[in-house]
Design a protein around this ligand. Sequence first.
Ligand code: OGA
Ligand code: MN
Length: 282
Amino acid sequence: MKIEKLKPTLGAMIRELDINDLTSSEWDTIYQEFLDHAVLIFPEQHLSKKEQEGFAMRFGEIEHLTKGAKTTAITNKTPKGVFYEVDSEWSKLLKGNEGWHTDSSYMSLTAKSSILSAHVVPEMGGETEWADMRSAYDELDDRTKQQIENLSASHSYFHSQAKIGHHVKVGANYGFADGEVPLHPLVKIHPETGRPALFIGRHACKIPEFSEQASESLLARLMSFSCQSPRILTHRWNKGDLVVWDNRCVLHRARPYAPNQERLMLHTRIKGDRASESALNI
Ligand code: OGA
Ligand code: MN
């Protein structure tokens, strides 16, 4: 396999490798690259849904986003092949993906990693971006590091969607916690590498010790500091590409694209480990 480092601190492109036919030493290399670079891009894999799920299961147990389905289609077309209405619940969920986030941080168990593959790609836009939260943490000034050392934040999907004008009904069937709001530490120690990373994103809303306003302003400051060059990796998709990322230490977002252009991605999510990805409170 050919491995090309993409950004100073994150991302690697892996070519000349068939994900369906990995030797154990190739898998060991891939997993080590995953821990080191946090985002791995595999061009031209063209995996079926089953094959993608098989690859996902190497990383851990699959988290079901929709009941009974291991993989979810992230698409702007309904199963009948028409575009979702712009003001439909699903379109608002997709819109939410355009804000920096880490998957399932609004759950009591956050996600370990996610896999996304491209099946239909719009002509313009629709890229995915990742931001390295390990390097963001490393680059903070000492005062901020001290300030946030023992802080945590509640992560709420209701809150993050409300901010973009989507008022999610309590009990809506999206598979997220609708009762208590999980609290996660602002500084997350990676369970496998031991590296600290900022654990923030659009679902993070309230720091218990702070007023609403002070929470918002600290979280917004951390987000804007973190999500900028040289910590950003942008991937312009080609059909057949597959990417896996480490939700424990990167944020990601989708970039906008024209609403009359089809985009179809397949998403498989891997559960976090109970010992390290559980909320502090529930
Ligand atoms: C997701 C997500 C980004 C994209 O599926 O969790 O954030 O580019 N997707 O579709
Ligand atoms: Mn996501």
